[in-house]
Design a protein around this ligand. Structure first.
Ligand SMILES: [Zn+2]
Length: 91
């Protein structure tokens, strides 16, 4: 079984949103809370370390679509991206 954890962080540098996904064999939020994740902010370009616990939002989706990833895939970061400035909500 494959679970996709989607996490949304707030950049401590500029306050902008930083989103990432983790591809896990478990659906446990508590396990992901302990995971250290290195991410780059697309707004201010700073790179920082986060732990899952600091996420503003954390969604877990049981991934039942498409081919399964073969072998043991545990807490592997499959992508990291930042929301471009033009897509951020305007104050
Ligand atoms: Zn930033």
């Amino acid at each position: 079984m494959l679970f996709v954890h989607m996490l949304l962080f707030e950049c401590p540098g500029c306050g902008g949103p930083i989103a990432t996904m983790l591809n896990c064999e478990h659906g446990s939020v508590e396990e992901t809370d302990k995971q250290e994740i290195r991410l780059r902010c697309g707004s201010c370009d700073s790179t920082r370390r986060f732990i899952g616990l600091l996420a503003k939002r954390h969604f877990v989706i049981e991934w039942e679509f498409g081919p399964r990833i073969a072998g043991a895939v545990t807490m592997k970061k499959i992508s990291a991206f930042a929301i471009p400035k033009r897509l951020q909500a305007r104050g």
